[in-house]
Write a protein that binds this ligand. Structure first.
Ligand code: FNR
Length: 366
């Protein structure tokens, strides 16, 4: 269908499933084990309902938000997602262009299929032409930990504005749909990893030895270049430890259900933090992602204390079928949905959102 007929992000997903290569669809859509976490990511948003207020002048609404220190037209950003070239030969550049033209940030993946310097150049060209936005750098600490220093230096040199360290990937989760297709394509006799040759870190090339002490030297290397955010926090305890470790923000995520199956949705983690360590929400910026597909989801997250929400698969699906225009379409759809939600909820600015606008009893009692 014409891009102008795509009305929402679920529809975009359906279209992509029909039109994408088998390979791209398998890699983008796959999730871990029984896919329970993947499904809960989506369905938990529906368990929060709104408490709308009426008879307020909502003609003008302002959706602008500071995201990791940078102005954004919306309280959203493109989440780091590897291998955008599987879906489109222009790959990550579609997201660089589409997000900067829409004035929302893009957190690029450590495992991007386009080099960071090419992305940074493309971003500069966009800026010259009047685009805005911002680029953040998501870091996976490699097996040889010291190599992280080089990556952080590169991030600084290329002008990336925030460092997002992914901490939920000590090993790569068991993503069966993708593994099966790969085994078939590669003519592998066994779909499981070879435990004898690669026993300790099957399915992965990140370090499994990363711990809280490593944050210190990584942060020193990054210095005061911009905020440091930990991506993949899934419990209130770790949110508190992150605060004590002195990072600027936490990013609640279960990696789109691709890592530990039966891990909580980021919405549940947020409620847990509210309940046990509410001081974390006052001290740190909180970002989250996973299964957000609607403006209502974004507004719910903000009511409960999040600063902004990341979108992973929707941008990959968008670039697969529609390139840069698809990425811009995703932001346009979310702009419309967020504005409408705010008006119908009775608010005109994002800082007016608070827990009184939502009912969380269903989720709390689970
Ligand atoms: C990811 N994600 C991810 N995260 C990360 O920190 N580094 C990465 O390289 C990737 N790569 C990646 C590839 C693909 C295909 C997907 C779908 C996801 C996780 C991503 O940042 C984000 O947490 C989830 O995608 C959010 O869930 P939704 O929006 O896809 O439901």
């Amino acid at each position: 269908p014409s891009i102008n007929h795509i009305q929402n992000l679920d529809e975009l997903e359906r279209v992509t499933k029909e039109t994408a290569s088998e390979n791209a669809w398998a890699y983008y859509s796959t999730s871990a084990d029984t896919t329970t976490t993947f499904q809960n990511n989506r369905s938990d948003w529906s368990k929060v309902s709104f408490r709308p207020r009426v008879l307020r002048d909502v003609a003008k609404v302002d959706t602008r938000q500071k995201v990791m220190g940078h102005d954004s037209a919306l309280p959203i950003f493109a989440a780091p997602a590897a291998r955008a070239k599987l879906g489109n030969p222009d790959g990550e550049l579609c997201i660089v262009r589409g997000t900067s033209r829409s004035n929302v940030p893009y957190c690029t993946s450590n495992s991007a299929s386009t080099t960071h310097s090419v992305m940074a150049d493309c971003f500069k060209t966009e800026q010259k032409n009047g685009s805005k936005g911002a680029l953040f750098w998501q870091l996976y600490v490699p097996v040889d930990k010291s190599k992280a220093r080089d990556l952080v230096r590169e991030a600084k040199e290329l002008g990336f504005k925030a460092l997002v360290i992914t901490v939920d990937s000590a090993v790569i989760g068991k993503r069966e749909a993708d593994a099966l297709l790969k085994a078939q394509v590669d003519n592998k006799l066994d779909v499981l990893p070879d435990m004898n040759n690669d026993a300790f870190v099957p399915r992965g090339h990140h370090t499994s030895t990363l711990d809280w002490n490593d944050l210190k030297w990584i942060r020193e290397e990054w210095a005061a270049t911009g905020p440091v955010v930990l991506k993949g926090i899934q419990t209130a305890e770790d949110a508190l430890l992150a605060m004590e470790a002195g990072v600027d923000g936490i990013y609640l995520s279960n990696h789109g259900g691709r890592q530990l199956d039966h891990a909580p949705s980021s919405l549940k983690t947020l409620l847990e933090i509210r309940k046990f360590y509410p001081q974390v929400l006052e001290r740190l910026e909180v970002y989250l992602d996973g299964g957000c597909r609607r403006g209502t989801d974004v507004v719910k997250a903000l009511c409960l204390g999040a600063t902004a929400v990341g979108f992973g698969r929707p941008f990959l699906y968008a670039l697969t079928g529609y390139g840069t225009a698809g990425v811009e379409r995703v932001v346009r759809i979310l702009t419309d949905e967020i504005q409408t939600t705010m008006r119908l909820l009775g608010v005109t600015k994002l800082d007016q959102l608070n827990p009184n606008y939502v009912n969380i009893k269903l989720l709390e009692n689970e």
